[in-house]
Design a protein around this ligand. Sequence first.
Ligand SMILES: Nc1nc2c(ncn2[C@@H]2O[C@H](COP(=O)(O)OP(=O)(O)O)[C@@H](O)[C@H]2O)c(=O)[nH]1
Ligand SMILES: [Mg+2]
Length: 396
Amino acid sequence: MAEYLVLALVLLGVLIVGTVGLVVPRLRRRPEPPLPRTEVDTRAEEDLAGPPVEAPESDLTTGVLVEPPPVIEAPAPAVEVPEPTAGRLVRLRSRLSRSQNVFGKGLLGLLARDHLDEDVWEEIEDSLIGADVGVDATRDIVDRLRERTRVLGTRSASELRALLAAELVNALDPSLDRSLRTAPKDGTPAVLLVVGVNGAGKTTTCGKIARVLVADGRTVLLGAADTFRAAAADQLETWGSRVGAETVRGPEGADPASVAFDAVKRGIDTGVDTVLIDTAGRLQNKIGLMDELGKVKRVVEKQGPIDETLLILDATTGQNGLEQARVFTEVVNVTGVVLSKLDGTAKGGIVIAVQRKLGIPVKLVGLGEGKDDLAPFDPAQFVDALLGTEAAGRDA
Ligand SMILES: Nc1nc2c(ncn2[C@@H]2O[C@H](COP(=O)(O)OP(=O)(O)O)[C@@H](O)[C@H]2O)c(=O)[nH]1
Ligand SMILES: [Mg+2]
């Protein structure tokens, strides 16, 4: 009898311990922090950019989130009116200050020496090569400069400046056509393709060009054919939305050619003036890139010719960038070069080397990260900016 009682007590004990063991962990798990809290926090801060909205408290007894305060929608940003392009290169000339040291101070200083002997000419040559002008162009410039200073009797500072300026402008071939073909023809939009290596500034330049066109009264559509990362399309869309331009994009990893095709088709259907197509520029695999870009070109051309293919080159990569650039000229018919980031280099001479090596006119230059820091390229204005205000002041 006593044995039954002991057994019954033991069973009862096991039952109690088991129940407690099951219930306690559940009780502990209950008040875990609800995930949506942080989400609500950041969203509210970004959208409102005002005083931080308090995080909603979770109800510990039910584990249910107390309803968050309503997130007030920020008003839709107004469409911006970009700066006109006229005179931009003159306005942005101070952005060339790094290069101005080499050309304006360095070269003009050397030319102003009392005796232009062999050593000085060698120093002048070194300066030009150091500024990425390139060996061939440097030799031409220095030979012509030597000849003209020899012929000329007097050598005032202003005369020397004028001689140097003339040779630099001459090396930039002012006769080249630098206009952008962006005007629609027979009711169909002009199509611009933007190519270049990763990070060169393609997307930024697309955005800046869209602003220039909108400022000129054109309607623009953007095609996000860099489908490698969704962020690339987002970046382009942001540029477009600021000036009221539609962006056609595909899902991440979509076929770039089909996105480009859709963009042109949409541009034709909606009757915009210009379609700008941004592309990817991964160069790890030259064959892959050639295939991809070649396909984009062929597929787009099913709907009509590409009016302008712009190659974006990062000026800070200097002569190395030039070698990479060749790959693009082999695949697509590059009609113009945009030299980006000229504000970030002391080697503004790269403009001369690029044109000479590629035989393609530099049509635009990027002079900063700002929305309107893109200028039409003009050899005389550029050289004037390179030689600097100080040198110009000496003329007066
Ligand atoms: N300083 C400067 N930065 C630039 C210029 N153009 C582009 N960038 C910057 O270069 C980086 C890469 O540009 P992005 O357009 O994304 O290059 P992508 O990969 O060719 O599309 C960004 O941080 C841009 O702001 C320029 O003219 N000057
Ligand atoms: Mg990009």
